[in-house]
Design a protein around this ligand. Structure first.
Ligand SMILES: [Zn+2]
Length: 232
Protein backbone atom coordinates (compact mmCIF):
# COMPACT_ATOMS: atom_id res chain seq x y z
CA UNK A 1 0.00 0.00 0.00
CA UNK A 2 2.71 2.43 1.03
CA UNK A 3 4.68 1.48 -2.10
CA UNK A 4 1.69 2.24 -4.35
CA UNK A 5 1.12 5.60 -2.70
CA UNK A 6 4.79 6.49 -2.91
CA UNK A 7 4.83 5.65 -6.60
CA UNK A 8 1.84 7.91 -7.19
CA UNK A 9 3.35 10.90 -5.45
CA UNK A 10 7.02 10.40 -6.17
CA UNK A 11 7.84 9.42 -9.74
CA UNK A 12 10.87 7.17 -9.97
CA UNK A 13 13.55 9.74 -10.69
CA UNK A 14 17.14 9.62 -9.50
CA UNK A 15 17.21 12.01 -6.51
CA UNK A 16 20.56 13.41 -7.63
CA UNK A 17 20.24 14.01 -11.40
CA UNK A 18 16.46 13.58 -11.90
CA UNK A 19 16.94 11.01 -14.66
CA UNK A 20 14.38 8.21 -14.76
CA UNK A 21 15.21 5.05 -12.82
CA UNK A 22 13.30 1.79 -12.79
CA UNK A 23 13.16 1.11 -9.04
CA UNK A 24 11.40 3.20 -6.42
CA UNK A 25 13.94 5.08 -4.31
CA UNK A 26 16.86 4.18 -6.57
CA UNK A 27 19.86 6.35 -7.42
CA UNK A 28 20.95 5.95 -11.07
CA UNK A 29 24.10 3.92 -11.80
CA UNK A 30 26.12 6.93 -12.88
CA UNK A 31 25.36 8.96 -9.72
CA UNK A 32 25.84 5.88 -7.56
CA UNK A 33 29.35 5.36 -8.91
CA UNK A 34 30.31 8.91 -7.97
CA UNK A 35 29.48 8.56 -4.28
CA UNK A 36 32.69 8.57 -2.22
CA UNK A 37 33.29 5.11 -0.69
CA UNK A 38 35.34 4.77 2.49
CA UNK A 39 36.38 1.12 1.98
CA UNK A 40 36.03 0.69 5.76
CA UNK A 41 34.83 -2.89 5.34
CA UNK A 42 38.35 -3.92 4.41
CA UNK A 43 40.09 -1.60 6.88
CA UNK A 44 40.49 -2.96 10.38
CA UNK A 45 41.15 -0.05 12.71
CA UNK A 46 39.47 2.46 10.39
CA UNK A 47 38.63 5.90 11.80
CA UNK A 48 35.11 4.98 12.84
CA UNK A 49 36.26 1.78 14.51
CA UNK A 50 38.98 3.67 16.38
CA UNK A 51 36.48 6.20 17.64
CA UNK A 52 34.21 3.56 19.19
CA UNK A 53 37.12 1.56 20.60
CA UNK A 54 38.21 4.66 22.49
CA UNK A 55 34.71 5.16 23.82
CA UNK A 56 34.85 4.99 27.60
CA UNK A 57 32.62 1.91 28.30
CA UNK A 58 34.97 -0.17 26.14
CA UNK A 59 38.09 0.73 28.07
CA UNK A 60 38.15 -2.37 30.25
CA UNK A 61 39.47 -5.43 28.40
CA UNK A 62 36.37 -7.44 29.16
CA UNK A 63 34.14 -4.99 27.35
CA UNK A 64 36.60 -4.32 24.59
CA UNK A 65 36.34 -7.95 23.49
CA UNK A 66 32.66 -7.46 22.91
CA UNK A 67 33.03 -4.59 20.47
CA UNK A 68 33.61 -6.37 17.20
CA UNK A 69 33.82 -3.93 14.28
CA UNK A 70 32.55 -0.66 12.85
CA UNK A 71 32.42 1.06 9.52
CA UNK A 72 30.61 3.54 7.32
CA UNK A 73 29.90 2.89 3.66
CA UNK A 74 30.25 6.46 2.36
CA UNK A 75 32.31 9.50 3.25
CA UNK A 76 29.97 12.39 4.02
CA UNK A 77 30.04 14.90 1.13
CA UNK A 78 27.58 17.42 -0.36
CA UNK A 79 26.13 14.69 -2.57
CA UNK A 80 25.81 12.24 0.29
CA UNK A 81 24.28 14.97 2.49
CA UNK A 82 21.62 15.59 -0.16
CA UNK A 83 20.78 11.89 -0.34
CA UNK A 84 20.62 11.40 3.42
CA UNK A 85 18.52 14.54 3.80
CA UNK A 86 16.03 13.25 1.22
CA UNK A 87 15.91 9.81 2.80
CA UNK A 88 15.20 11.46 6.13
CA UNK A 89 13.04 14.50 5.62
CA UNK A 90 11.46 14.22 2.17
CA UNK A 91 9.26 11.22 2.81
CA UNK A 92 11.53 8.95 0.78
CA UNK A 93 12.07 5.93 3.03
CA UNK A 94 12.64 3.73 -0.03
CA UNK A 95 15.76 5.74 -0.80
CA UNK A 96 17.10 4.73 2.63
CA UNK A 97 16.25 1.09 1.87
CA UNK A 98 17.90 1.34 -1.55
CA UNK A 99 21.13 2.70 -0.04
CA UNK A 100 21.06 -0.09 2.56
CA UNK A 101 20.70 -2.72 -0.18
CA UNK A 102 23.49 -1.15 -2.18
CA UNK A 103 25.87 -1.05 0.79
CA UNK A 104 25.07 -4.69 1.63
CA UNK A 105 25.73 -5.81 -1.95
CA UNK A 106 29.06 -3.99 -2.10
CA UNK A 107 30.22 -5.28 1.29
CA UNK A 108 28.73 -8.76 1.02
CA UNK A 109 32.02 -10.52 0.35
CA UNK A 110 34.17 -8.48 2.74
CA UNK A 111 33.22 -10.38 5.89
CA UNK A 112 31.93 -7.20 7.53
CA UNK A 113 28.48 -8.67 8.10
CA UNK A 114 29.70 -12.13 9.16
CA UNK A 115 28.21 -13.53 12.42
CA UNK A 116 25.70 -10.68 12.84
CA UNK A 117 22.49 -12.02 14.43
CA UNK A 118 20.34 -8.89 14.42
CA UNK A 119 20.19 -5.54 12.64
CA UNK A 120 19.24 -2.81 15.14
CA UNK A 121 18.32 0.68 13.90
CA UNK A 122 19.14 3.71 16.04
CA UNK A 123 15.63 4.53 17.25
CA UNK A 124 13.65 7.74 16.92
CA UNK A 125 11.57 9.01 19.80
CA UNK A 126 7.88 8.01 19.26
CA UNK A 127 6.92 11.67 18.88
CA UNK A 128 9.56 12.24 16.18
CA UNK A 129 8.52 8.98 14.54
CA UNK A 130 4.92 10.19 14.33
CA UNK A 131 6.01 13.50 12.81
CA UNK A 132 8.31 11.90 10.22
CA UNK A 133 6.17 8.82 9.58
CA UNK A 134 9.13 6.43 9.48
CA UNK A 135 12.58 5.82 10.90
CA UNK A 136 15.16 6.15 8.11
CA UNK A 137 17.60 3.89 9.99
CA UNK A 138 14.97 1.16 10.12
CA UNK A 139 14.61 1.43 6.34
CA UNK A 140 18.39 1.19 5.95
CA UNK A 141 18.14 -2.02 8.03
CA UNK A 142 15.36 -3.34 5.81
CA UNK A 143 17.54 -2.74 2.75
CA UNK A 144 20.49 -4.50 4.39
CA UNK A 145 18.20 -7.36 5.46
CA UNK A 146 16.96 -7.97 1.91
CA UNK A 147 20.49 -8.83 0.83
CA UNK A 148 21.92 -10.27 4.05
CA UNK A 149 18.84 -12.20 5.26
CA UNK A 150 19.51 -11.10 8.83
CA UNK A 151 16.44 -10.19 10.94
CA UNK A 152 15.76 -6.58 11.98
CA UNK A 153 15.01 -5.87 15.64
CA UNK A 154 13.52 -2.38 15.93
CA UNK A 155 11.62 -2.80 19.18
CA UNK A 156 14.19 -3.54 21.89
CA UNK A 157 16.34 -0.40 21.84
CA UNK A 158 14.11 2.62 22.43
CA UNK A 159 14.60 6.36 22.52
CA UNK A 160 13.01 7.40 25.77
CA UNK A 161 13.93 11.10 25.75
CA UNK A 162 12.91 13.32 22.87
CA UNK A 163 16.19 15.10 22.22
CA UNK A 164 16.69 18.29 20.22
CA UNK A 165 17.55 17.94 16.56
CA UNK A 166 21.29 17.08 16.53
CA UNK A 167 21.84 19.04 13.32
CA UNK A 168 21.05 22.32 15.09
CA UNK A 169 23.59 21.83 17.88
CA UNK A 170 27.33 22.30 18.41
CA UNK A 171 29.57 19.25 19.02
CA UNK A 172 29.56 19.59 22.81
CA UNK A 173 25.82 20.25 22.89
CA UNK A 174 25.27 17.11 20.80
CA UNK A 175 27.10 14.97 23.32
CA UNK A 176 25.01 16.21 26.23
CA UNK A 177 21.83 16.15 24.19
CA UNK A 178 21.71 12.38 23.63
CA UNK A 179 23.06 11.36 27.05
CA UNK A 180 20.70 8.82 28.63
CA UNK A 181 18.22 9.19 25.79
CA UNK A 182 18.09 5.43 25.13
CA UNK A 183 16.90 2.29 26.92
CA UNK A 184 16.86 -1.46 26.24
CA UNK A 185 13.48 -2.90 27.18
CA UNK A 186 14.25 -6.64 27.20
CA UNK A 187 18.00 -7.22 27.79
CA UNK A 188 17.54 -11.02 27.85
CA UNK A 189 16.48 -10.91 24.20
CA UNK A 190 20.05 -9.97 23.24
CA UNK A 191 21.87 -12.55 25.36
CA UNK A 192 24.58 -14.22 23.31
CA UNK A 193 23.66 -12.14 20.25
CA UNK A 194 25.93 -10.15 17.98
CA UNK A 195 23.98 -7.04 17.08
CA UNK A 196 24.75 -4.52 14.36
CA UNK A 197 23.71 -0.99 15.32
CA UNK A 198 22.68 0.89 12.17
CA UNK A 199 22.52 4.64 11.57
CA UNK A 200 22.41 7.00 8.59
CA UNK A 201 25.29 9.32 9.42
CA UNK A 202 28.04 9.51 12.02
CA UNK A 203 28.81 13.13 12.83
CA UNK A 204 30.30 13.24 16.32
CA UNK A 205 29.41 9.60 17.01
CA UNK A 206 27.72 10.53 20.27
CA UNK A 207 24.29 9.12 19.37
CA UNK A 208 25.70 5.67 18.64
CA UNK A 209 27.97 5.88 21.68
CA UNK A 210 25.05 6.38 24.03
CA UNK A 211 23.20 3.50 22.38
CA UNK A 212 26.26 1.33 22.99
CA UNK A 213 26.38 2.47 26.61
CA UNK A 214 22.82 1.18 27.12
CA UNK A 215 23.67 -2.17 25.55
CA UNK A 216 26.99 -2.85 27.34
CA UNK A 217 25.32 -4.07 30.60
CA UNK A 218 24.13 -7.10 28.59
CA UNK A 219 27.36 -8.98 29.25
CA UNK A 220 26.99 -11.66 26.58
CA UNK A 221 25.95 -9.29 23.81
CA UNK A 222 28.56 -8.37 21.18
CA UNK A 223 28.21 -5.10 19.31
CA UNK A 224 29.18 -3.84 15.87
CA UNK A 225 28.29 -0.58 14.16
CA UNK A 226 27.31 0.22 10.58
CA UNK A 227 26.52 3.67 9.23
CA UNK A 228 25.61 4.65 5.69
CA UNK A 229 28.00 7.59 5.94
CA UNK A 230 30.51 9.27 8.21
CA UNK A 231 31.68 12.84 8.60
CA UNK A 232 34.56 11.67 10.81
ZN1 LIG B 1 21.46 10.13 -11.15
Amino acid sequence: MLTCLQELFYPTLCPMCQRGVDTLGAVCDSCLQQLPRTEHALMRGNKVEQYFQQFQPFHTMQLRNRFVRAGAWLQYSDQVATLIHRAKYSEQPFLAAFLGRQAAMEWLDTGFFDDIDLLVPVPLHPKRLRERGYNQSEYICRGLAEILHIPVDATNLLRVVNTHKQSLLSDSERKQNVKDAFAVTMPERWHRKHILLVDDVITTGSTLSWCIKEITPIRTCRISVFSLSTAR
